[in-house]
Design a protein around this ligand. Structure first.
Ligand SMILES: [Zn+2]
Length: 478
């Protein structure tokens, strides 16, 4: 498809250069001047036979007319303005479309085009393409690795809040979370009609945090969701300007919620005692603090290096073997794509994160030693189920640290030579010979691979739904 606007600009350029009016040229090629005008404005596509006649009448080569470059700098600006005004970003503003008339100065035109460029740049930055999203996610993971996954400033804040609420030991109750919210000026209200795109909504004006009436299966508990909503306020978050900001904020609110539910002092005491007994187990840590296995495993990685002198890795892997979330500072070689991103990549079939799926009794953790080219790791894996898939949560340490962990006497041992494809990617030769060229399959789309979020005041949340929701609840007694 030819770019009609550029073609029109070239027609006008050669016609003006030949010193002909629209009507004069129209007469020579047998069409009305008004028709020619529509073509010059890019609103009608001329036939090739007509273009040939026009180039002959103007004494230029057809190839010159058909060239896809703007004929002048001015024409280039007009073309750019035309394209910018047709964009969805501009259309969403509801502003009029400006036609660059001959009386519009180059300066005015340049200013318009400059503003459009900036508008496009900002819109682009805020929504992020999947590629940018993945890059931001990878940078954040690498940054957290340098911090040993530990954010002591957030732990300080959480510790103070927990102390002020009078909590000293054991699992934090739902009631205590309510008290914490109250002390910060919030009331927690459970509603059944949250906007589809929001996990929680906070009404800053009336000091209310709206949460769903029940815990989302496989998701975060209600206490965690309330704490995440509070966290935005406590940590002084502003509306995220970039996707990287959005990811960092999400990490921080998750961290804050975990730091309140598993307060640092109590958690470190508990884990230090387990270590002294040579009996560290994520399942015990989980049960002592009444959280999900995943939350406990992640929290363990926050504290393990700084407070227990242990390097660790964490994996959440789906039953298809794909990484959903991963962290390591113990040298385990995570599967990554060319950009360094690990989400959606397949982990080795011989890793505990995948061998654990084969087990029938899943009431306790599964233990395994895994020999890899980077050394031997001791791993413990718990499997779980969401409404749509099975997943596994793994915490692992280098062999030298295994002596502190429950399950270290396991006889399970596997060898992994990944990323060498001969390890577990390549089919057996006889199977290849049997099936090559005789099969066809269609891929399932990975839902967990980061996709761009719809743009709004809050990435991923529909503004209209959000404000309608707030409006319908703000006046209602809670
Ligand atoms: Zn492998």
């Amino acid at each position: 498809m030819k770019d009609l606007v550029t073609l029109g600009q070239r027609l006008r350029y050669y016609r003006t250069a030949a010193g002909l009016t629209l009507d004069q040229l129209g007469e020579r090629v047998g069409i009305a001047g008004s028709q020619l005008s529509l073509m010059e404005n890019g609103r009608r596509e001329p036939r090739l036979s007509l273009l040939t006649a026009i180039s002959e009448a103007l004494g230029v080569e057809l190839a010159d007319v058909l060239d896809d470059r703007p004929p002048t700098k001015r024409a280039a600006l007009e073309i750019e303005l035309d394209r910018a005004q047709k964009s969805t970003v501009y259309a969403s503003l509801g502003l009029p479309v400006i036609r660059p008339s001959r009386t519009m100065t180059d300066e005015t035109l340049e200013a318009f085009v400059g503003l459009h460029r900036e508008l496009a740049r900002r819109a682009h930055e805020a929504i992020a393409t999947p590629e940018e999203a993945r890059r931001a996610n990878t940078e954040l993971r690498q940054h957290m690795r340098t911090l040993n996954n530990y954010l002591p400033e957030i732990d300080d804040i959480a510790e103070k809040i927990v102390g002020d609420a009078g909590h000293t030991t054991g699992a934090l109750t739902h009631r205590t979370v309510g008290l914490i919210a109250q002390r910060l000026g919030f009331e927690i209200v459970h509603v059944g009609d949250l906007p589809h795109s929001a996990r929680s909504v906070t009404d800053l004006e009336n000091g209310r945090i709206y949460l769903p009436p029940a815990s989302i299966p496989g998701g975060h508990g209600l206490r965690g969701m309330a704490l995440q909503a509070i966290a935005h306020r406590v940590l002084g978050h502003e509306n995220p300007a970039t996707y990287a900001d959005f990811l960092r904020q999400r990490l921080e609110i998750n961290y804050f919620a975990a730091a309140v539910l598993m307060p640092r002092r109590q958690a470190v005491e508990f884990l230090t005692a387990s270590k002294a007994d040579r009996n560290i187990a994520v399942e015990d840590f989980r049960d002592a603090f009444g959280v999900t296995h995943e939350a406990a495993a992640l929290r363990f990685t926050n504290l393990a290096t700084a407070h227990l002198d242990l390097e660790v890795h964490f994996l959440r892997v789906g039953d298809d073997g794909a990484v959903y979330k991963a962290y390591e500072n113990d040298g385990l070689r995570l599967p990554v794509d060319v950009t360094g991103s690990t989400e959606g990549q397949l982990v080795c079939r011989h890793w505990s994160a995948r061998t654990a799926f084969a087990r029938t009794n899943r009431t306790t953790e599964f233990y395994q030693y895994t020999d890899t080219p980077e050394g031997t790791f001791f791993e413990s894996t718990q499997t779980g189920t969401t409404s749509s898939e099975e997943f596994s949560i793994t915490v692992g340490v280098p062999f030298a640290h295994s002596k502190w962990f429950r399950g270290r006497e396991t006889q399970n041992r596997r060898t992994s030579t990944c990323p060498d494809e001969a390890c577990c990617r390549r089919p057996e030769p006889e199977l290849s010979a049997r099936w090559e060229g005789k099969a066809w399959s269609s891929a399932k789309l990975h839902a967990h691979i980061l996709s761009p979020l719809p743009s709004g005041t809050f990435p991923g949340v529909d503004d209209r739904e959000l404000y309608e929701f707030l409006d319908s609840h703000a006046s209602a007694p809670s």
